[in-house]
Design a protein. Structure first.
Length: 297
């Protein structure tokens, strides 16, 4: 089975991050590493994470300044040395077998059969998605299931109007083969970055599979609820329109000109991936790793 990096970006979410990391470390897949990207937190996040510093499968990366969710995910991509990467928010609680079940499907190629020409081709699976549920602030649980076909290109605003809540966040905890990052790059900035990334995979012809079961609980609170008409949707829409005109998926090289890593705990469990990135960003990351980004006592 594929080795997996579980990337958890977090910013000033010390308490929920402890639960998210605990659940990630408890995954039944034996070949996982948990990479926490502390996106310049100013609360007690580092102190809260220090209880995990003795865990061999835990990598803690503290950025010198807040860079945003997309950049934090991209740092996690670049530092992963595994076959596949999944992304959990710092308020996500994955079911214990989530990653194991995703990894099994990721390693099971799909058969494309041409009976007339009498040939069969094995297609590598690019990503495995899963259904999830929301645990709302009032204690209610809401199941979020894939109601739209993966090929339906709905923006998040349209989905809210159509009564299909959460379909676009469905990609958030997908398990992605490292090859998709090498071919297509990483996440773009904006509220719709995760959906835009999934759209690129679809237009590139990547094989996507969906586990039709709830394998992740997202804990929502009033300050984390996604609100309609958030700036950033328009940028994603323009990019999607350009892809329709050209017929080619957008390639988004990871470019982090302001990347500065203040600390890495357990740097031996990470590396520099072959994900599509700018030379300057790659050099910056390699320099940080070569220095060992001294662990603060």
């Amino acid at each position: 089975m594929a080795t997996v990096s579980i990337v958890i970006p977090t910013f000033n979410r010390a308490a929920p991050a402890v639960a998210a990391v605990t659940a990630a470390l408890a995954q039944t897949h034996p070949r996982t590493v948990v990479i926490v990207i502390d996106d310049g937190s100013t609360d007690g996040t580092r102190k809260a994470m220090s209880r995990f510093f003795d865990k061999d499968r835990l990598v803690y990366v503290r950025l010198a300044r807040n860079m945003g969710a997309a950049a934090a995910r991209n740092v996690g991509i670049l530092m992963s040395a595994t076959d596949a990467v999944t992304f959990h928010d710092s308020d996500d609680i994955p079911h214990r077998e989530k990653v194991l079940r995703q990894a099994r499907l990721l390693g099971d190629p799909l058969d494309t059969v041409q009976p007339i020409r009498k040939w069969t081709r094995k297609n590598r699976v690019g990503a495995v998605l899963t259904h999830h549920e929301l645990l709302l602030a009032d204690g209610c649980r809401v199941a979020i299931r894939r109601a739209l076909p993966l090929t339906e290109d709905f923006g998040p605003d349209l989905q809210q109007v159509s009564g299909v809540p959460g379909d676009w966040t469905h990609v958030n905890a997908g398990l992605f083969h490292r090859g998709v990052f090498e071919r297509l790059g990483g996440f773009s900035d904006g509220i719709d970055g995760a959906r835009a990334f999934c759209n690129r995979l679809i237009r590139a012809g990547e094989e996507l599979r969906v586990i039709p079961e709830i394998l992740l609980t997202k804990i929502e609170s009033p300050e984390t609820l996604t609100k309609p008409a958030v700036p950033g949707h328009a940028d994603a829409g323009h990019a999607q329109a350009a892809q329709r005109r050209t017929g080619q998926p957008e390639r988004v090289p990871i470019d982090l000109p302001d990347l500065e890593i203040a600390e890495i705990v357990n740097p031996g469990r990470c590396g520099v991936s072959r994900a599509l990135s700018t030379p300057a960003t790659r050099d910056r990351l390699m320099t940080a790793l070569s220095r060992g980004a001294v662990r603060v006592a």
